[in-house]
Design a protein around this ligand. Structure first.
Ligand SMILES: [Fe+2]
Length: 263
């Protein structure tokens, strides 16, 4: 997708990020915002693919709301740094407040941004459920596509020299239970600061997908197969230098996330 700054939504998003990028306080903040800006447009691209896969079942209005929401869903993320350090805040809530302030008429986009980073549940607002389903699926698939296609730059941007993140070479129990029970993995029961866990967790996002279009695209582009293979080829060797341990871990990952799971 060509990034068109004549579009007011795109212009607002880019303006928010560029202001943070140009006035960064640490390398970590600079890398984070560059990464999140690129991530946003991989999600927007994916949202367009999901729309194309579903057409003509979606009205023109819904299509526009999905695209707008995909572009705006992580606008709150560029506020996650203070004095160069990452702080804890609900980026969905921050984003929703920004949308309400700058685009008060966009209630669906504000609501889907507020909920996009929460687990799907009965509390999801029915007024934007379709948009929310598409944005969450685009977020998952866009993120995976970006990470498998730009793994090395992702690693240097997000992990940098955080050696601690690499010191972990076993499959988290919560991930094994999630796969066994065919359900999303519970974030609260894992340490996703460990790089292997954070990547294996994304394989469990298969169980978070909501739309038929997302399953179709995932299969067509072999996104989950490619993610699993990227983990085996590029992430596992970072977690241990011991070749025997690497081989055992790869075999376990291939067995846990067998082809049938994503077919
Ligand atoms: Fe996102």
């Amino acid at each position: 997708m060509y990034i068109d700054l004549n579009d007011k939504i795109t212009r607002f998003l880019v303006q928010e990020y560029v202001n943070k990028i140009c006035y960064y306080s640490s390398k970590k903040e600079l890398n984070w915002n560059i990464h999140k800006l690129i991530h946003t447009f991989s999600v927007a691209d994916m949202a367009q693919k999901l729309i194309n896969e579903t057409k003509p079942a979606l009205s023109k209005e819904l299509q526009k709301q999905i695209l707008n929401s995909a572009i705006l869903h992580d606008v709150g993320r560029c506020y996650e740094f203070k004095n160069g350090e990452k702080v804890h805040l609900d980026h969905g809530q921050v984003g929703a407040e920004l949308i309400k302030k700058h685009f008060p008429e966009m209630t669906v986009e504000a609501n889907s941004t507020l909920y996009h980073n929460k687990c799907p549940s009965d509390k999801d607002p029915k007024s934007c459920q379709t948009v929310l389903n598409y944005v969450r699926d685009a977020d998952i698939l866009g993120n995976i596509k970006y990470e498998i296609e730009k793994t090395d730059i992702w690693l240097s941007h997000i992990i940098g020299d955080n050696k601690e993140a690499f010191r972990h070479s076993s499959i988290d129990r919560e991930i094994l239970s999630a796969v066994k029970e065919q359900r999303p993995a519970n974030l609260k029961n894992m340490n996703i600061n460990k790089i292997l866990t954070s990547w294996l967790w994304q394989l469990c996002w298969y169980y978070n997908l909501r739309t038929k279009a997302a399953f179709k695209i995932a299969l067509k582009e072999k996104l989950f197969f490619r993610l699993r293979d990227t983990i085996c080829q590029k992430i596992v060797p970072l977690t241990t230098k011991n070749k025997k341990k690497q081989k055992e871990l790869i075999q376990k990952i291939q067995k846990t996330f067998a082809d049938e799971l994503f077919s």
